[in-house]
Design a protein around this ligand. Structure first.
Ligand SMILES: [Zn+2]
Length: 245
């Protein structure tokens, strides 16, 4: 049974010690890392379900909806998925610092907001893609989020007129095999795995944890997760506070 601590100060002390002693640490993060930066988690109860859109977010973020209701998809995408004013929080900043100082090998994230890179992280495996890459389906030209925000209706490629699609894994679409393999490898090679801000119930989060065979598994999440039993330490507290060391 894992030891559980709820004090953010104690969590920060534990994380600091464990990162400094690890040879190859990996952080695996979910929506909770971004909600601390004000980015809503569309799966949460008080998330986006009460907004003015005619469809639930999980339908609008589906592959079929993108194909059949492209304009409505982009209305939602521009208004709710792209949040260029969000700033990295203490967790993003500390993770970038740990990588710079040689105490973190990689970040694996389910988030699509690019905040880890914005904080300075370099090795970031984005399981669900990124709103910062939007790709022409015909010629492969890549457009950033600001470009999409400046378009109206359905965005088309400036070079060839092709449909531009976010490099974001929509429901019903497979994950990038390249990113998935890189994530599996990073987790397999880690001696410390810190999982933060994810309830670990959404595929592929739960499955990825099974690849970890290292020494220490630490969970930082307010709510319980299925991996708590297998963890060495559970920090049931705010993630940004836990990384304030
Ligand atoms: Zn094009």
């Amino acid at each position: 049974m894992a030891r559980t601590i709820t004090s953010p100060t104690d969590a920060a002390a534990e994380l600091s010690e464990r990162f400094s002693r690890a040879r190859r640490a990996v952080f695996f993060g979910g929506a909770g890392v971004s909600t601390a930066s004000g980015i809503p988690d569309f799966r949460s109860v008080d998330g986006l379900y009460h907004q003015h859109f005619a469809y639930p977010p999980e339908e609008m973020l589906g592959h079929d909806f993108f194909v059949s209701h492209t304009a409505e998809f982009y209305e939602f995408y521009r208004e709710r998925m792209i949040c260029l004013t969000a700033r990295p929080n203490r967790a993003h900043e500390k993770l970038a610092e740990l990588e710079r100082t040689g105490h973190l090998a990689a970040v694996v994230t389910q988030n699509i907001d690019g905040l880890h890179q914005r904080a300075g992280s370099r090795t970031v495996h984005e399981l669900h893609g990124s709103v910062h890459r939007n790709v022409c389906e015909r010629c492969g030209a890549v457009y950033d989020a600001a470009w999409v925000l400046a378009t109206e209706g359905v965005p088309h490629c400036e070079a060839c007129g092709g449909l531009v699609k976010p490099d974001v894994v929509l429901y019903g679409e497979p994950l990038s095999e390249r990113v998935l393999l890189a994530s599996v490898r990073a987790i397999q090679e880690a001696d410390l795995l810190v999982i933060g801000g994810t309830s670990l119930v959404v595929y592929p989060a739960a499955g990825l944890v099974n690849y970890f065979g290292g020494d220490e598994l630490v969970i930082v999440n307010r709510e319980r997760t299925p991996a708590d039993e297998a963890a060495d330490l559970v920090c049931a507290c705010d993630i940004a506070a836990a990384f304030d060391f």
